[in-house]
Design a protein. Structure first.
Length: 399
């Protein structure tokens, strides 16, 4: 047994020396290898050690956030990411030397930094990535704000009898932060967290699958559109990335394009819009102002809302549709049946964050179909996306 483990250690060490840089590894290959590493860890780790590791996980976010506040990562960035002694680092950061030493001890133990033989601190790639203005820096801020909700989950569920949250205005977030505000309304009052959330969502969307028009037979379905008719209404479409991409891909298609979102989002649009695209300031919880459009489109919008609020939005869309109108919903979709190894940890984390912040969920295909049928629609077709980490589906819905 000892020789087998020694041989395995030698094999892994040799493989590490031949591993290409992270930016040269394809995502699919990376996920497979990480999965194999997780299986190896599970096989080697006794359950007591595994539980100990799980229970201490929150410390990483907590102390990286403290290090951000002390200015640790920016101090290294300003120095050119070279090693620094404890005295040099203390002179460039907030707080006293003893606290700094304890924080750095944690970060070194978890390979954010390393110590040199002379006792100096050397930044490793995670530390370099955590300087101000980067996506990882904002991800930590976002996760730290979510962690405040996670810390109160046990108390919340003890109080409510362990019922699944189903009201976006009365859930774990409101309990933890002592507010009656919806999470989006609370973000408006907390601009630093709002910015961190926006960056986190942008990162989540990065390489997260196909555009809806990569899955949908656009030329077959929309080629006969009346040039004076609204062709597509993108509801909650943000600053218009998806609709712009559609206009660029299909410049020859007739019909008008309409981008709908809240006033503060529409007002934040900086780039000029295509000639055939208009904007409408609109809340999806109010009656839909565009009647008789050919397509109404929702991309990763309804997963932010539990059925109670999602049904209200769907009722307004249904009231605006005519006989040949189509509703397209493009959203993440968990597999039906048991949750096996094909469900990625990232998808599970996003589902739980939706529960904590919005009392919402990532739905299975059956749950999507049930929601749409409850709203009075018929599901005509379901087109599957290709993303491995966050599987999605496009639901074509008619009256």
């Amino acid at each position: 047994m000892a020789s087998t483990l020694s041989d395995l250690t030698s094999t892994i060490t040799t493989a590490l020396s031949n591993l290409p840089p992270p930016d040269q590894i394809q995502d699919a290959e990376r996920m497979k290898l990480l999965g194999a590493i997780s299986q190896l860890q599970e096989a080697l780790e006794p359950p007591e050690l595994a539980v100990q590791r799980m229970s201490a996980g929150f410390y990483h976010t907590a102390y990286i956030r403290v290090a951000q506040g002390m200015g640790v990562f920016d101090a290294f960035a300003e120095a050119g990411d070279v090693e620094m002694s404890a005295q040099e680092l203390s002179a460039k950061t907030k707080g006293d030397a003893m606290l700094l030493k304890r924080v750095m001890r944690h970060l070194c133990a978890h390979r954010v930094f390393e110590t040199t033989t002379a006792g100096a601190y050397r930044p490793l790639p995670p530390a370099i990535a955590l300087k101000s203005g980067t996506v990882p820096n904002e991800l930590i801020k976002h996760q730290h704000s979510v962690m405040q909700v996670s810390a109160k989950l046990f108390d919340y569920f003890e109080k409510n009898g362990y019922r699944n949250p189903d009201d976006a205005y009365d859930g774990p977030f409101q309990y933890a932060y002592g507010t009656s505000d919806h999470y989006f309304d609370w973000l408006k009052k907390n601009p630093e967290v709002q910015h961190a959330f926006n960056v986190a969502m942008t990162e989540t969307e990065r390489d997260s699958g196909d555009y809806w028009f990569d899955l949908y037979p656009v030329t077959e379905k929309l080629a006969t559109s009346d040039p004076d008719r609204v062709s597509i209404v993108d509801i909650g479409g943000g600053v218009g990335h998806t609709l712009r991409a559609f206009a660029k891909r299909f410049p020859e298609l007739p019909g008008k394009l309409v981008l709908e979102d809240l006033p503060q989002v529409i007002d934040d649009i900086k780039e000029p819009l295509p000639e055939n695209m208009d904007t409408v300031k609109h809340s999806m919880f109010e009656p839909q102002p565009i009647h008789g459009a050919q397509v109404y489109y929702l991309r990763r919008v309804l997963h932010d809302w539990p059925d109670k609020q999602a049904l209200l939005t769907l009722s307004h869309i249904r009231a605006a549709m005519v006989e040949d109108s189509v509703l397209l919903i493009h959203d993440y979709t968990f597999p039906d049946g048991h949750d096996g190894p094909d469900v990625s940890p990232l998808a599970v984390i996003i589902d739980l964050q939706l529960m904590e912040l919005f009392s919402s969920l990532e739905r299975t295909q059956q749950q999507w179909v049930a929601l749409l049928e409850k709203a009075g629609f018929k599901v005509a077709n379901i087109y599957k996306g290709q993303s491995d980490a966050l599987p999605s589906a496009l639901y074509e819905v008619t009256l």
